[in-house]
Design a protein. Sequence first.
Length: 171
Amino acid sequence: MSLVLRHKPELIGLSVEYGGWVEVDELLSRAKQAGVALNRELLEQVVKQNNKQRFSLSDNGLRIRAQYGHSIPVDLGLTPLAPPEILFHGTTARSLEAIKRRGLVPRERIYVHLSSDQETAITVGRRHGRPTVLTVEAGRMHERGFQFFCSAEGIWLTEKVPIKHIIFPVK
């Protein structure tokens, strides 16, 4: 579901509507045609039990969308918000040199993902190896005109983080 709802809906012939929504019945039908064993019960279980709250169903349960992490252009209807003074980004030691050259950039996604606590950042960094946590001066960035959005599950999003607003860990 992550692949088709966040990155490649065309793999199973889905069309994404405004806000990133797709019809549940169409998703189930297209998944079945693609040989994926997905039914309504399993879909609802994934939505409810996903620890990152990646997906949401519409109020009437007829549509589903990924809530963040898209690499396709999707307007999630998020309102810009003032972030906390400090946010965190989880990464790995092997990524530090590139970050020191370019800052934090979304790469294949639309936004850079930040968390409000170090524990979440550690968990994110651990997915790719030995975690390293960067501190982001989000308050200062906001004062300089950078926009921040907060997803329903508390993930902070921004288009980029310049090097001068990153505090790197001391070795």
